[in-house]
Design a protein around this ligand. Structure first.
Ligand code: PEP
Length: 248
């Protein structure tokens, strides 16, 4: 039985003070949550937020990282640095990084390998645009994101990955995928993992849904058999709504 996993992607939001308050409010309630939880603040607040989480069961994650271990890469952050400030997770291939920053599948795959070498647990985001869905190319695109993201990973490494299915048209738009749409794609992704790594890894791997998840729609989406949690953007910036999703 897979335990649900709810992660909050703060994106480029909060001040240090707001971040600490938000983290502390989540940490206070975390003991009673039925799911695993993680929060992913901006890089500059990781260390302060880590202090606010001390002793709680809320894990910390980075929103991205670079694939090189160290050196002359101005502005970048390594996996070891994320580890060093207390991160367990790192989000990779988020649609904003794919579509706004221009990250490719090949770059994301390098980051996947580097994250695992650094001892981090990657949350690999995959998902189609509205155009791609409307031209019936959802599984072609999602399939490519999964195949290329996992390229070269051993079964042992693959078992450490969480996949987040995040249709681009649902992110930050208020328009979530229906529970059925999410379940359909999640089941296909699990089938792909089974073909690539066998039934044990496929049954164990957690596949989160992301895209306008709110307390009002979380219960129905999270009740789907292949939906193992949520990656939450907008609704994770208020402790109450993030906690309500984690309770759902
Ligand atoms: C996200 O950015 O990962 C996300 C799911 O955002 P939102 O919940 O705001 O749609």
């Amino acid at each position: 039985m897979r335990k649900k996993f709810v992660a909050g992607n703060w994106k480029m939001n909060t001040t240090a003070e707001e971040g600490v308050k938000l983290a502390a409010a989540i940490a206070r309630e975390a003991g009673s949550l039925p799911s695993d939880v993680a929060i992913c603040p901006p890089f500059v607040y990781l260390q302060t937020v880590a202090s606010a989480l001390k002793g709680s069961r809320v894990a910390l994650g980075g929103q991205d990282m670079y694939f090189e271990a160290k050196g002359a890469f101005t502005g970048e952050i390594s996996g070891a640095m994320l580890k060093d400030v207390g991160c367990a997770y790192v989000i990779l291939g988020h649609s904003e990084r794919r579509h706004v920053i221009g990250e490719t599948d090949a770059l994301i795959n390098k980051k996947m390998h580097a994250a695992l070498v650094a001892g981090l647990l990657p949350i690999l985001c995959v998902g189609e645009t509205l155009d791609e869905r409307e031209s019936n190319r959802t599984m072609e695109v999602v399939g490519r994101h999964v195949r290329e993201g996992f390229k070269g990973l051993s079964a042992e490494a693959a078992g450490k990955v969480t996949i987040a299915y995040e249709p681009v048209w649902a992110i930050g738009t208020g328009r979530n995928a229906t529970a059925q749409q999410a379940q359909e794609v999640h089941a296909e992704i699990r089938g792909m993992i089974q073909q690539m790594y066998g039934p044990a890894i496929a049954q164990a791997i957690r596949i989160q849904y992301g895209g306008s998840v709110k307390p009002e729609n979380a219960r129905e989406i999270l009740a789907q058999p292949d939906v193992d949690g949520a990656l939450v953007g907008g609704a994770c910036l208020k402790a109450d709504s993030f906690l309500a999703i984690a309770r759902a």
